[in-house]
Ligand binder design. Structure first.
Ligand SMILES: NC(=O)c1ccc[n+]([C@@H]2O[C@H](COP(=O)([O-])OP(=O)(O)OC[C@H]3O[C@@H](n4cnc5c(N)ncnc54)[C@H](OP(=O)(O)O)[C@@H]3O)[C@@H](O)[C@H]2O)c1
Length: 381
């Protein structure tokens, strides 16, 4: 079943009446039906969703419903600005509450997606209250002892964390580009060991949150009408343009998004020697990231074997039609759980079968954020 789109999701959220913040997204983005599956049950965990009004927060609700995640109760938490707004989830009306230090009493699992500073402050408070925090921000990803988990890749990293012990814990969700890349690269890595990986990303507006999506819609309309585009979220024109990722640039010339790919891959693969380099680009796509990934292996791996390995990989689909020139696109993977891989080919610049090029697309609000976090929560049940 498909999840609601962001446009649909914001219909559920209101300050008394229904609002639609994305009235002009294209027809394809409007096409997903929302089917409700009730999973409220007395023996389920109590959940809190922190940042419930945001792009990822709204997707948390869709994924919880899609996967019939069992829950006893759900607290809908956001900032003071949203407190008091009404939200419908699984046919029940909820009032959004302001996140406070008291929010986590009796909460078994807290799903965080409200930014790094909120996680840094409230994550440890939730843990002290006995909650298991699954955090979508970058706040704790590289902290020693905090598992950084993609369930298909390294589930064992969190095997010591159990629910119902009264003991809180933190689990970090990796960066969205890292998740999408490693969903495809890991099965190949397991077979032939990746020595070096070169990643180039084409990242969607949705990766920067709900307001960035709104700005892309607004700018597109403004440019078509011959007006100056409004630049509030990004400091330059986004519609009909592309630019280096908006994350801060570090003294080594890489931006923070690129360094996340470098560092998180090493932690997830538990391989401090794997060489990773990345160039991250924001493109005017509404939803879902694309990535070109070049791999260099320790042992030979030909493209047919790679295709067979990827065919069997959980959470991966292959779209690789050379004669039809049809390969993965962001539109095709939007609102989908699976990461799509195509352009699977031998890297001509490397001798023998030691190199491969692949092109990967994944919905980074879904597998890159909410779905991955809820798969982590499912492993706690
Ligand atoms: N978008 C993605 O694809 C993606 C992927 C992976 C990870 N993430 C991470 O997930 C987090 C959220 O991203 P997003 O894209 O969902 O952003 P977003 O659409 O801008 O949503 C931000 C959410 O945080 C809440 N918030 C802001 N300040 C708060 C405060 N002081 N107290 C409580 N809640 C507060 C907002 O509530 P109000 O509506 O009340 O302001 C909103 O619910 C970020 O850490 C981001 O890096 C995002």
């Amino acid at each position: 079943m498909k999840s609601p789109t962001l446009a649909h999701q914001h219909h559920f959220l209101s300050g008394g009446k229904t609002i639609n913040r994305f009235p002009n997204l294209n027809a394809r983005l409007h096409s997903s039906p929302f089917t409700v599956r009730m999973a409220q049950r007395d023996d389920g965990p109590s959940i809190a969703v922190v940042g419930v009004t945001g792009a990822v927060g709204q997707e948390f609700l869709s994924v919880l419903s899609d996967r019939s995640f069992p829950y006893k109760s759900i607290k809908m938490l956001a900032s003071k600005r949203s407190a008091g707004k009404h939200l419908t989830f699984e046919d029940k009306d909820y009032v959004v509450e302001e996140l406070t230090e008291e929010s986590f009493h009796g909460v078994d699992i807290a799903l965080f997606s409200a930014g790094g500073s909120i996680s840094k402050h409230f994550g440890p408070i939730a843990v002290d209250s006995g909650s298991i925090v699954v955090d979508n921000s970058s706040a704790f990803r590289m902290v020693d002892g905090v598992p950084l988990v993609i369930p298909e890749v390294n589930p064992d990293a969190m095997s010591h964390i159990k629910i119902g012990t009264g003991k809180g814990a933190l689990i970090a969700n990796p960066n969205c580009s890292t998740i999408i890349c490693l969903m495809a690269a890991t099965p190949l890595h397991r077979h032939a060991k990746v020595l070096r990986m070169v990643v180039s990303t084409y990242q969607a507006a949705s990766g920067a949150g709900a307001a960035a999506m709104e700005e892309l819609v607004l700018q597109t309309r403004e440019v078509l009408e011959g007006k100056e585009p409004t630049c509030n979220i990004f400091n330059q024109q986004y519609a009909f343009n592309l630019f280096s990722h908006n994350a801060p640039v570090l003294s080594n010339g890489y931006n923070e998004e690129e360094m996340k790919l470098v560092k998180e891959t090493r932690k997830i693969w538990n391989d401090k020697d794997v060489k990773v380099t990345a160039t991250c680009i924001r493109v005017p796509v509404m939803r879902a990231h694309a990535e070109s990934v070049n791999l260099q292996f320790e042992t030979p791996l030909d493209e047919d074997t790679a295709r067979e390995i990827l065919k069997k990989a959980p959470g991966v689909v292959i779209i690789d039609d050379r004669s039809g020139n049809r390969f993965p696109t962001p539109l095709e993977v939007s609102n989908k759980d699976d990461v799509a891989v195509g352009r699977i080919r031998q890297d001509l610049s490397q001798d023998g079968n030691y190199g491969l090029d692949i092109f990967v697309c994944g919905d980074q609000i879904r597998k890159g954020a909410a779905l991955n976090a809820i798969q982590i929560a499912e492993m706690l049940l």
